[in-house]
Ligand binder design. Structure first.
Ligand SMILES: *Cc1c(COP(=O)(O)O)cnc(C)c1O
Length: 383
């Protein structure tokens, strides 16, 4: 029996979401191409897509036409950064981001460096916070775009996105937010916060993998170079046949997340308290997440003198948890996120991420505590 405690990597789809999706696939269903609006089969699919777009916009409190569907947050991050950079080079060639962004932002920035853009990678403090004053100091007359994630996928740390947005707006700099870990978990009222671009991935909140969106504030007035050329879907910003079943699933999952936000949050907080109370019985537990400033569904921790690779190998058929990226050779690379926070030594090499959610139970956490405790004791007995 493997207990799944890797919800930050992906979530299982909610049964209500699966139920909705089923009606957009088969011959008896609404399976048409949403762009085939010359006939009724396509029109029905188009209506389903537009209803979903309106529901998503209502959840985010933004304009319906500012939502562009993508395959997920990786694509949305690429479209936001490359799209803005390549269409607005005349305004400046400098981008500010942080060293703890998801690879889909960092690798996109690396690609933009090849194209002549200058990138500043800000380092957080030991808790994971990116200081507004560091952003203020980094800007130049050439700064075109700031990209900062709302919630970090390895630690759960929540950045003060509203403060950065106000600042970026006051300087007339585009502001992009990777909201892959926060959407559906924190209230995002886009009518209140001047964010220009925001990336969402639906499989992080109980929809299937392969769907997400980029929100573009006042899309009509923003020039963005598309990543793909083709059928002109999504106002020409994202060519490719729209995945109706994925899109309705995304909307359903986001609405459920909105209704259950407090309930899901309280549930995660209870599980986190249970987990940490249990693990504190182990000598040398170090908590790398800032518990006062993090989403409760993600906890990053280390055990003194215990390497994450040894721990994960022994636990892998019992509990599904993760360390930083396991690389192709099978060895574990230490987390660049924790390293940027200034964490080093066995605290760095021992860091594991435990993340849970809607379908996690107190019994799962109890099982995880028992298995982790036993494994840490076994490993300590070896030396
Ligand atoms: C999961 C994740 C992504 C990538 O999203 P996909 O939809 O899987 O491409 C980007 N950023 C963060 C912070 C994530 O957690």
């Amino acid at each position: 029996m493997t207990i799944y405690l890797d919800y930050a990597a992906t979530t299982p789809a909610d049964p209500q979401v699966i139920e909705v999706m089923k009606h957009y696939l088969g011959i008896e269903d609404i399976f048409g191409n949403p762009s085939s609006i010359q006939h009724h089969v396509g029109l029905q699919a188009e209506e389903a897509v537009e209803q979903a777009r309106a529901q998503i916009a209502a959840c985010l409190n933004c304009r319906i036409k500012d939502i562009v569907f993508t395959s997920g947050a990786t694509e949305a991050n690429n479209l936001a950064l490359k799209g803005i950079a390549h269409a607005n080079q005349h305004l400046g060639n400098h981008i500010i981001t942080s060293a703890i962004e998801h690879k889909s932002v960092l690798d996109t920035c690396k690609a933009l460096e090849q194209d002549g853009f200058k990138i500043t990678y800000l380092r957080p403090d030991i808790d994971g916070k990116i200081a507004l004053k560091d952003i203020e100091q980094a800007i130049t007359t050439q700064t075109l775009l700031i990209s900062i994630m709302q919630v970090n996928n390895e630690t759960g740390f929540i950045q003060d996105i509203a403060a950065i947005a106000e600042f970026a707006q006051s300087k007339n700099i585009f502001f992009h937010v990777d909201a892959a870990q926060s959407a559906g978990k924190l209230t995002l009222d886009l009518s209140q916060i001047p964010i220009d671009l925001l990336s969402i991935s639906a499989h992080k909140f109980y929809a299937p993998k392969g769907i997400g969106c980029l929100y573009i504030r006042n899309r009509h007035n923003v020039s963005l170079k598309p990543l793909f050329n083709g059928g002109g879907q999504e106002y020409g910003l994202r060519a490719g046949t729209l995945a109706t079943h994925q899109i309705v699933a995304f909307a359903k999952a986001l609405m459920i997340a909105g209704e259950r936000q407090q309930q899901d949050y309280d549930h995660a907080l209870n599980l986190r308290t249970q987990l940490l109370t249990g693990l504190k019985q182990i000598d040398g537990l170090i908590i790398n997440s800032d518990l006062n400033n993090s989403l409760p569904n993600i906890v990053n921790l280390s055990f003194k003198n215990i390497g994450a690779d040894m721990l994960l190998i022994r636990l892998q058929d019992k509990i599904a948890i993760s360390s930083a990226s396991a690389c192709s050779s099978g060895t574990i690379e230490p987390s660049y996120v924790l390293r940027a926070m200034g964490i080093e030594g066995d605290r760095l090499y021992g860091a594991v991420r435990i993340s849970f959610g809607r379908f996690s139970h107190a019994e799962d956490i109890k099982y995880a505590i028992d298995k982790i405790t036993a494994t840490v004791q076994e490993l300590r007995a070896l030396v």
